[in-house]
Design a protein around this ligand. Structure first.
Ligand code: LCS
Length: 394
């Protein structure tokens, strides 16, 4: 603990919640209301004019949602945050805020399928350009930044290939050129990685995943500087309107309290399962940031607290072999999403990344035999036994 800053494990429980403002309720209350009553017409006028603080209407702000936003801003070492109805609502609001017709977005060599589709949509409708970069060195990065680049967009680890990007390196190049770096921190959660501390300006989450942690909410978050967040709250959030419901914010506040202990368990289980899978004769390649043969291993050591709970691997054989393996699983659930208590497996080429044209998909390393495992919180022995029996049966 330094100064007044609480340790992460304490902050997820106590941080940014002031019970005296809420009838001494131990748990942040759920303000399940669409609108707020003004004392007078003049007060309503002042609230709309921004000359008096206070809630107006839940698309413009809600006390339960505000507690979540303040908490996530603090956990990410950011200044402010906004909560959205999905990760995609968060990403689209941030990208629309940062770009206009003719601008260029430089992306990591691999992004979630719907984020790719969003870039395509922005390109087709608004002529916003995009391209991909491995971002391996400063020189490579500098060469791929154009004069019209207004945003660098990164997933690290990349979904689903688990490749890593050196955030400090990218941020140092970008800041020299005055370009904001946006990081999708979904695979890490703020417990494993805080991009703002490495010089990145904007952090995004699909809060649907580890932040919720229970597989029962779709939600998104954006963290950034106060001015940026304020501007988004008055434009791309208010007017496009992809706000979170107070109940979902309440569920996220509940889930957040156990984020560190859940992440520790996800990471512990993943490490054990990686050890089992890495030399299995039916597995061709394995992608796990904790693997010391993984190209991103030194980056993982530098910027992540632990390697995370996600493992991808290719099965020897064909797409059909990979599907046959999935069909043999009994405990592990065949489902997209990640970060849930249940171990989930999915086939990116035909599921989460199916919208990406095959040439691009191959460049991103998404082969037809690639599977992505979101390691859950069950006893590792049971997850391992299920993987083992399914591998034996193909
Ligand atoms: N960013 C990343 C890295 C994601 O993996 C996802 C969803 C999103 C953003 C979008 O968030 P959402 O709107 O769904 O809250 N990823 C999914 C996946 O890998 N499987 O199912 C959804």
């Amino acid at each position: 603990m330094d100064g007044n800053k609480l340790s992460f494990e304490t902050e997820v429980i106590h941080g940014k919640y002031f019970s005296q403002e809420h009838q001494a309720s131990l748990v942040p209350p759920l303000y399940q209301t669409s609108t707020f009553i003004f004392d007078t017409a003049e007060q309503g006028e002042k609230r709309f004019a921004g000359t008096e603080a206070g809630f107006i209407y839940s698309r413009l702000g809600n006390p339960t949602v505000k507690i979540l936003e303040d908490k996530i801003a603090s956990l990410e070492n950011g200044e402010a945050a906004l909560a959205f109805s999905s990760g995609m609502a968060a990403i689209s609001a941030a990208l629309i805020e940062l770009t206009k017709t003719g601008d260029h977005i430089l992306c990591s060599q691999g992004i979630y399928g719907c984020t790719f589709d969003l870039l395509r949509l922005l390109n087709e409708k608004y002529k916003i350009e995009y391209s991909f970069s491995q971002m391996n060195t400063k020189e490579e990065l500098k060469n791929q930044i154009h004069t019209n680049t207004t945003c660098i967009y990164i997933e690290t680890p990349i979904n689903p290939t688990m490749m890593l990007v050196d955030l400090e390196m990218v941020a140092s190049v970008a800041s020299e050129m005055g370009i904001p770096v946006v990081v999708d921190n979904t695979f890490c959660s703020p417990y494993l990685q805080t991009p703002v501390s490495l010089g990145c300006e904007v952090v995004i989450h699909s809060a649907t995943k580890y932040i919720c942690g229970h597989g029962d909410v779709i939600a998104g978050l954006v963290v950034g500087k106060k001015d940026f967040i304020k501007k988004m709250s008055q434009t791309t959030q208010k007017d496009i309107g992809g706000v979170i419901s107070p109940f979902d914010a309440w569920l996220l506040l509940r889930g957040l309290k156990t984020l560190p202990i859940r992440m520790d368990r996800h990471c512990e289980n993943a490490k054990i399962l990686y050890e089992f899978l890495k030399d299995h004769p039916k597995i061709q390649k394995i992608y796990y940031p904790g693997d010391d043969r993984h190209p991103g291993f030194p980056i993982m050591k530098k910027q992540m607290k632990k390697p995370g709970g996600m493992i991808s691997f290719t099965i020897k054989g064909t797409k059909e072999t990979a599907q046959a393996f999935m069909n043999q699983l009994k405990l592990i659930k065949l489902a997209v999403s990640l970060g849930d208590p249940e171990t989930l497996i999915q086939h990116p080429a035909s599921m989460t990344h199916a919208v990406i044209p095959i040439e691009e998909r191959i460049k991103m390393g998404i082969e037809d035999t690639l599977l992505r495992l979101s390691v859950g919180l069950e006893a590792w022995e049971d997850i391992k036994a299920d993987l083992e029996q399914a591998l034996d049966n193909i």
